[in-house]
Design a protein around this ligand. Structure first.
Ligand code: ADP
Length: 447
């Protein structure tokens, strides 16, 4: 087991990882920018190292500074959290070259899944169902038209290097295709320095369903069930739940089994998420994330298993603490992402939190790095906390969520809490009857 882990992140996830390390008796080091000197993770860690000024590229993305911090403090492993360097293959390789363990998969596995065309090809080879579309990058208009006609309109053009919903364009008819191809490619080039794009069938009313997987480091793969993350705004998840209100036990076992086998065949090690669109009873792979996800706590709530403990165990060579047959699903969990944003316009609302009071009681978990008097710096993501609620079934979970949202107080800044108070009273949400476009339509109506 590791003696000392360096946490290369900030905010709620840095605290989340820190808690797991403390429980396992592992010393903790955190790195931080000058803007985060007063952050909770800095206060609670055994050691902290300031690695640079506020902009992420000079601090949380500065590989040299982070490696230097490991060497100065004698950390033997790094947990990257999510975002920042968590899916940076070069970072994983550099740590390996310094004999520091990256708590995550190998650089090669990150590379395969970071390139969406390569990821899709790999998924197909491993027997994972994929969205019909081009086999590789498409540059030529003629070829694009031929493929689109073959799979049928509407189609979506996506960036191979994509992320965060950028570089995606829908073409409803052949007349739209030329412009869509050009704009997607230009946008991808500007955002990612790689203008390769590919074509997929555009699914009109899918749900976003993702499977939590783990490779144990010894060639075995397991799955921890699915999460439904269909409530999205601008391709960003807002509300996540487990299990999905749309799947039955047979579908769950089938897709879980396919994913676990693929992870084993790939020789993957650590936590990962295989993301699908789900429509009319069919699953279509869209991408794999080779890291811990923001929404992992809903899976922890229904399985009772600490996924960060498992990540640390696997990375240290100790394998998973559970086998597939030990992973049981109990009740229902929902996560609300609380952002420092205007609940209608979603413009960021940084500033000082004058009062912060979190709900409590049975089945309530709040993961947050903020406190009363904390000043939110304007440089980073606007997520300030996550409310995760567990109940014996979805109805109980929703009742408890409503009560927890009423208790939650964040004064001094605007947050997305009022949006969740509206959603929890909505009939479609109560019925679990929503797809990936539901929230955008709902917000448009409310305007
Ligand atoms: P990113 O890595 O940029 O987030 P993804 O491939 O994960 O891109 O897709 C993000 C979101 O875009 C999905 O959750 C879904 O809402 C939408 N999307 C992606 N591919 C399709 C498709 N083929 N049909 C319909 N919607 C899609």
């Amino acid at each position: 087991m590791f003696q000392k882990i360096l946490i290369a992140n900030r905010g709620e996830i840095a605290l989340r990882v820190l808690r797991a390390c403390k429980e396992l008796g592992i010393q903790t080091v955190v790195v931080h920018s000058t803007a985060d000197a007063d952050a909770m993770h800095v206060r609670l860690a055994d050691e902290s190292v300031c690695i640079g000024p506020p902009p992420s590229r000079d601090s949380y993305l500065n590989i040299h500074q982070i490696v230097a911090a490991c060497e100065i403090t004698g950390a033997d492993a790094v947990h990257p959290g999510y975002g920042f360097l968590s899916e940076n293959a070069k970072f994983a390789d550099i740590l390996a070259a310094h004999n520091i363990t990256f708590i995550g998969p190998t650089g090669d596995h990150i590379r395969i899944m970071g390139d969406k065309i390569e990821a899709k090809r790999t998924a197909k080879r491993l027997g994972i169902p994929v969205v019909p579309g081009s086999d590789g990058a498409v540059t030529d208009q003629k070829e694009a038209k031929r493929i689109a006609a073959e799979i049928g309109y509407p189609v979506i053009i996506k960036a191979s290097a994509g992320g965060g919903g950028r570089g995606m364009k829908v073409a409803l008819t052949e007349a739209d295709l030329e412009i869509a191809l050009q704009t997607a490619s230009t946008e991808a080039g500007a955002a990612f320095g790689d203008d390769a794009v590919y074509i997929e069938k555009y699914l009109e009313k899918p749900r976003h369903i993702e499977v939590q997987v783990f490779g144990d480091g010894f060639g075995r793969g397991v799955h921890f069930g699915e999460r439904d993350c269909s409530l999205q705004r601008r391709h960003q998840k807002v509300w996540e739940e487990a299990p999905s209100p749309a799947l039955n036990a047979e579908e769950r076992a089938r897709i879980g089994g396919i994913c676990a086998k693929a992870i084993a065949d790939l020789g993957y090690s650590g936590a990962g998420t295989i993301e699908f669109l789900y429509e009319n009873g069919e699953f279509y792979f869209i991408e794999m994330n080779t890291r811990l996800q923001v929404e992992h706590p809903v899976t922890e709530a229904i399985t009772g298993i600490d996924l960060v403990h498992e990540q640390i165990r696997v990375a240290s060579g100790g394998g998973l603490s559970v086998k597939q047959e030990d992973i049981k699903f109990n009740g229902h969990a929902i996560e609300c992402r609380i952002n420092a944003e205007d609940p209608r316009t979603f413009t960021p609302s940084p500033g000082t939190i004058t009062h912060f009071h979190t709900p409590g009681g049975l089945g309530i978990r709040v993961d947050s790095g903020v406190y009363s008097g904390y000043k939110i710096p304007p440089y980073y993501d606007s997520l300030i906390g996550k409310l995760i609620v567990h109940g014996r079934n979805r109805v109980e979970c929703m009742m408890r969520l409503r009560r927890a949202l009423d208790e939650f107080v964040v004064d001094g800044i605007k947050t997305t809490l009022p949006l969740f108070r509206d959603l929890v009273g909505n009939a479609d949400i109560a019925n679990g009857d929503y797809d990936i476009h539901w929230l955008e339509k709902y917000l448009a109506k409310e305007e």
